[in-house]
Design a protein around this ligand. Structure first.
Ligand code: CMP
Ligand code: CMP
Length: 316
């Protein structure tokens, strides 16, 4: 099996640990507009844009590069664009107790955390509640830039926060379109998957960010009956079958075929905390599957648990 694309972010894990719900969908989803012909036109006319540059030591550059290459917004940048972004980032420090972002205000920067644990808070039912405790490596303040909305939450420094800020113009010129294009590519596929049809674009964006593409060859096992399993799979290309041995000594029996992109398997071990109930084997010359780890599955597909459980009742 070959892993093509490590998509998982530490941000997802941290959100999971904090156990808070996904942010609501942005009020106006403008993501598609940003890949309109007009936006591409602007993208091509980058001549007038001079990104800011803030000198950094080689150590700072490398540290920041390793943080950004794990971030869902930045990891798809090529080396040239990544360098422009790295140089454009300005070091900022926030003392404990200081307010970094205020909900409802306009925002012109996003922040990448090198050190510190700022808290994101939102008014929910008239009460200011912590919705996310950030960690080093997280990005915050990206929503206002991605969707041209007012700040969706307040962010306060709880300890000394060492951050790097990126201005809106550099973000728009270098990061926004490529991030949006990546998301769009995944979204077009995920939208066609029955399971995700009722999710909004923002939720699908989070899922697509957690998906990891895995490639298998004919005859390879993706799951093995009786083994522990921590991954949920969605077929993207190719075909496979689920094969089950009903009891010891019985002949293996094909219990399910997966041929349509969007077909999924591997949910039982995660839903029921049990070993794999069947083996899933590739039947086409090659198969591509999108893998979602247990944590992301629980967090993102939690609301679909009833649907998945009901569907599983139909298994032989
Ligand atoms: P932005 O709206 O630009 O400014 C506030 C930031 O808080 C927001 O971007 C997100 O990066 C971050 N945030 C974390 N959790 C949430 C949430 N549940 N809803 C909205 N924003 C959140
Ligand atoms: P899981 O047990 O995690 O891993 C093997 C997967 O095969 C299982 O989840 C289901 O998604 C899938 N499967 C398809 N048909 C069956 C079946 N009849 N019994 C059990 N698992 C099945």
């Amino acid at each position: 099996m070959a892993v093509k694309d490590a998509e998982h972010t530490s941000e997802e894990e941290e959100e999971e640990e904090a156990g808070e719900p996904l942010p609501p969908p942005p009020k106006t989803l403008k993501a598609r507009q940003s890949i309109s012909a007009e936006a591409y036109g602007m993208w091509n006319q980058k001549t007038a844009f001079t990104p800011p540059t803030y000198a950094k030591t080689p150590e700072q550059m490398e540290r920041l590069r390793s943080i950004l290459s794990n971030s869902f917004l930045f990891k798809q940048l090529d080396d040239k664009d990544m360098n422009v972004v790295l140089l454009a980032m300005k070091e900022v420090m926030f003392a404990p107790g200081s307010r970094i972002i205020t909900e409802g205000e306009d925002g012109n920067h996003l922040f990448v955390i090198e050190e510190g644990h700022p808290e994101c808070k939102k008014f929910i039912d008239g009460e200011l509640k912590v919705v996310k405790q950030c960690n080093p490596g997280d990005v915050f303040g990206e929503l206002a830039l991605l969707y041209n909305n007012p700040r969706a939450a307040t962010v306060d420094a709880t300890d000394m926060c060492h951050c790097w800020e990126l201005d809106r113009e550099t973000f728009n010129q270098i990061v926004k379109d490529s991030a949006t294009r990546t998301w769009q590519r995944w979204d077009d596929f995920l939208k066609s998957v029955e399971l995700f049809r009722h999710m909004d674009q923002y939720q699908r964006a989070h899922i697509s960010d957690a998906l990891k593409l895995e490639c298998y060859k004919q005859g390879e096992y993706i799951t093995r009956q009786g083994e522990p399993g921590n991954t949920f799979y969605i077929l993207e290309e190719g075909s496979c079958v689920a094969v089950k041995v009903a009891h010891e000594g019985a002949a293996p029996e094909v219990v399910m075929e997966y041929r349509t992109p969007g077909d999924y398997f591997g949910e039982l071990a995660l839903l029921k905390d049990q070993p794999r109930a069947a083996s899933c084997v590739v039947t086409s010359p090659e198969a591509k599957v999108l893998a979602l780890d247990r944590k992301s599955f629980k967090k993102m597909l939690g609301p679909l648990e009833d649907f998945l459980t009901k569907h599983a009742e139909e298994y032989k």
